[in-house]
Design a protein around this ligand. Structure first.
Ligand code: ADP
Length: 362
């Protein structure tokens, strides 16, 4: 029996605590019949999404992440990656209604907390059929699909500490062996993954990407993630943090703690003269390093108790954030004496949305 492939449009949506991630499959192999029956509204939407890179004030298409000419559910097309702040969800719903989406009948697969929070509003205003999926199920489904489809999806740093030449290499990822997946969104979830169907959430922490962004805004007066990352890149966290050598005058040799390790995050900031010497950039950098040290230490602990040697990091916190990835890679390498590898992903925060899209084909 032929499987019935659902009609277009194919959207997958992840409505998170901070960002909405929207993936859109643009079919390239529409038959004359499909083109005839597609209708003007869908044609306009397709054209609007694929010919712009920005949508209004807040929507952005991550053009560099686009995957061209791929196969999905027996169809050939381009995969587009779009994001906007979750705080603009009401405007998005109104825009869809204005573009007459509510006159069409199609399915949307959605995940993230917002799939629940906004359900009533969406179903009332847009009359589409709204199918909610679990965000961790779709995260793993999306990861499994993209890591097979895109040979450059996973990568690692050979020399994360070498500014001149950190050497980013593709990592051929074998999903058959268990690994740890650390998803750094607004908050953090840590999963032990055996296979696509067999995984567990081990733990989580509320000190995540949202914490970095929130504290950076408070401490530096910046107003966006991009700005906070730019500041952090320029800053020096050792003006803010108290290091082992600030306390010992050197290394704490007995327990193998080198002097350059942070002993106390923000530990200098009780002194007025130290506060006077810090810049906004230093504070942003220290905020970043504080969050990262916490992630590194929890991830390392989980990897040890779960006995795995690979940690994959996902989530939009790693967007335009080479600095954080290299700090994490170095921390894993250092604390595990090279036993545990940190692996990163090109499509960062989009896996759950991609996992939703896969619902169309299975
Ligand atoms: P969630 O699903 O909880 O929204 P994401 O994986 O989308 O989580 O990650 C959200 C985090 O990504 C933010 O807390 C912030 O640290 C970072 N981030 C990256 N780009 C942006 C952006 N354009 N706006 C806001 N936060 C961003």
């Amino acid at each position: 029996v032929d499987k019935v492939v659902p009609v277009f449009p194919w959207f997958g949506m992840d409505i998170g605590g901070t960002l909405v991630k929207l993936v859109y499959f643009e079919p390239l192999d529409l038959t004359p019949d499909e083109i005839r029956t597609e209708g003007e509204i869908l044609m306009n939407i397709r054209h609007y999404l694929t010919s712009n890179r920005a949508y209004g004030q807040d929507g952005v298409r991550d053009h560099a992440l686009e995957l061209n000419n791929i196969q999905l559910g027996g169809r050939r097309g381009n995969l587009h990656f779009i994001r906007f702040p979750t705080s603009k969800m009401p405007n998005f719903i109104d825009l869809c209604a204005m573009r007459h989406l509510h006159t069409l009948t199609f399915e949307i697969f959605a995940t993230g907390g917002g799939a629940y929070k906004f359900e009533k509003d969406i179903v009332e205003k847009l009359k589409i059929s709204w199918c909610k999926c679990d965000e961790l199920d779709t995260l793993i489904k999306g990861l499994s699909y993209l890591s097979k489809l895109n040979l450059k999806e996973c990568f690692y740093y050979e020399e994360p500490q070498n500014d001149a030449n950190p050497n980013k290499h593709p990592f051929i990822f074998d999903t058959k062996r268990p690994f740890l997946l650390v998803n750094i969104g607004s908050g953090i979830s840590i999963l032990h993954v055996d296979s696509e169907r067999n995984y567990r959430r081990i733990t989580g922490t509320s000190i995540g990407g949202g914490t970095f962004l929130g504290l950076s805004c408070l401490l530096t007066g910046c107003s966006s993630y991009d700005e906070a990352i730019q500041l952090a890149t320029e800053g020096d966290s050792t003006k803010v943090d108290k290091l082992v050598k600030d306390i010992y005058g050197g290394d704490y040799e007995r327990f193998g703690l080198p002097g350059h390790i942070v002993a106390s995050s923000f530990g200098h900031m009780n002194l007025p003269e130290k506060r006077e010497q810090t810049t906004k950039a230093d504070l942003a950098r220290a905020t970043l390093v504080t969050v990262l040290n916490n992630i590194a230490s929890i991830s390392m602990m989980c990897a040890r108790t779960e006995n795995v040697d690979r940690i994959l990091f996902s989530g939009s916190f790693l967007r335009i954030n080479d600095l954080s990835m290299r700090i994490l890679a170095y921390a894993m390498d250092y604390w595990s004496s090279g036993q545990i590898k940190a692996i990163f992903l090109e499509h960062e925060g989009y896996f759950s949305a991609v996992g939703c899209l896969r619902k169309f084909i299975m």
